[in-house]
Design a protein around this ligand. Structure first.
Ligand SMILES: [Zn+2]
Ligand SMILES: [Zn+2]
Length: 108
């Protein structure tokens, strides 16, 4: 059996309940919804989804790009995000968006 060291790391909870409405550029009365799914697969990057047709075909679209470029969904994780201050660490605060963090088990 491989030896996995289990460590406890904090990650931002923001992504769990966040979806962003992005207006369509061709039809301003339309909006698309971009959501992030940062699941337990310990992926390094957020996985983004969009409700537009372009996304269904290409798994990427300008709405997702817009959300990433403007950092509209926080993807902070202690493993690879910016460091927390002592106070943020003790109070489970995300240094990026100042939202709440949760503690996750990570095998290293
Ligand atoms: Zn889209
Ligand atoms: Zn955050």
């Amino acid at each position: 059996m491989p030896d996995l060291d289990i460590v406890y790391k904090q990650q931002c909870m923001e992504w769990m309940h966040k979806s962003v409405e992005v207006p369509s550029s061709s039809d301003p009365s339309k909006t698309y919804t971009v959501t992030a799914d940062f699941s337990e697969t310990r992926r390094r990057e957020n996985e983004y989804h969009c409700t537009c047709k372009g996304y269904q075909f290409r798994k990427m679209c300008k709405h997702v790009q817009h959300v990433i470029d403007n950092k509209l969904i926080c993807d902070w994780h202690q493993m690879w995000g910016m460091g927390q201050s002592k106070e943020e660490k003790e109070n489970y605060i995300c240094p990026k968006c100042k939202g709440k963090t949760e503690v996750v088990r990570v095998g290293v």
